[in-house]
Design a protein around this ligand. Structure first.
Ligand SMILES: Nc1ncnc2c1ncn2[C@@H]1O[C@H](COP(=O)(O)OP(=O)(O)O)[C@@H](O)[C@H]1O
Ligand SMILES: [Mg+2]
Length: 261
């Protein structure tokens, strides 16, 4: 990363943006990043469908320090994606206590969760999810534009970040005009452009060959360490797991006591 750029500043604080219930207005107050990005106690998740009641998470206890890179491993169907969606405020828990980036999730209204997710949480999925009718630069700019940043300012920041992931010659290409590895690098730039405090990656190398997978892993580590971003990665990739600060092994909706692959 280019150390002179504003994008590489470590977020020392969070601007807590809340929507005041009476006025319906946003209330911002600055505070330090909490020691723990995630504190989960006895998280359960059930899906109800027709006659069936499927318990997918069966009492998850998890504490993740701010700045930690954690790999969530386990067989298909273990509940990795479900857990990541919940920690990314994309899905609700059925019971338990969850605090994300210092906010107690059960106390948040839907629009507050939406706002916090947009501002502080970045996502990278197995499939890049770039919008096909927008250029790479426009795709990376989307999270900033959603936050109301002017297009020219947003695009300048995006240029810096696209260059940092090696795509300085691909600004005006459309997703279909670049390779799978390049699409995923652009998706990483988009996930990081708003400088999230928490980056959630669900099988980010699952659709890439070994070499492209390594490139993405390197880039995730580089941008996350530069920004002091907490990273949660669901993965089958042993290299990713080995290089993480900690492995959380998930089996049948529970965290196993012994770590390892
Ligand atoms: N929206 C849903 N409705 C019902 N069941 C679901 C839903 N999402 C996931 N599941 C089920 O939950 C279990 C865990 O899924 P998932 O979290 O995707 O596991 P993993 O990511 O570890 O493969 C699976 O049995 C899956 O079929
Ligand atoms: Mg999954």
């Amino acid at each position: 990363m280019d150390n002179g750029s504003s994008l590489t500043e470590r977020p020392q604080a969070i601007v807590s943006s809340k929507i005041n219930r009476e006025s319906g207005r946003l209330v911002d107050s600055k505070r330090d990043l909490p020691e723990f990005a995630v504190v989960a106690h006895s998280i359960h998740k059930r899906y109800f469908g027709g006659e069936t009641d499927l318990e997918v998470l069966k009492g998850i206890d998890l504490e993740i320090r701010s700045g930690e890179i954690v790999a969530v491993v386990g067989p298909s169907g273990a509940g990795k994606s479900t857990l990541l969606h919940i920690l990314g405020l994309m899905d609700e828990i059925s019971s338990g206590d969850l605090t994300v980036l210092g906010w107690k999730v059960s106390e948040l209204k839907k629009d507050e969760k939406d706002l916090l997710r947009n501002k502080y949480i970045g996502f990278l999925f197995q499939f890049h999810c770039l919008l096909s009718e927008f250029t790479l630069l426009e795709n990376v700019a989307l999270p900033l534009r959603i936050q109301g940043l002017q297009s020219s300012v947003a695009q300048e920041q995006c240029r810096e970040l696209l260059a940092a992931v090696g795509l300085e010659k691909r600004f005006s290409h459309y997703p279909a005009q670049v390779s799978g590895g390049e699409q995923q690098r652009a998706a990483l730039a988009r996930a990081m452009v708003a400088q999230p405090a928490l980056l959630i990656c669900d099988e980010p190398t699952g659709n890439l060959d070994l070499e492209r997978g390594e490139e993405i892993r390197d880039l995730i580590w580089r941008v996350a360490r530069a920004h002091h971003t907490t990273v949660l990665i669901a993965t089958h990739n042993p290299e990713i797991a080995r290089n993480s600060d900690r492995i959380v092994p998930l089996l049948d909706g529970k965290v196993q006591q012994r770590s390892g692959l």
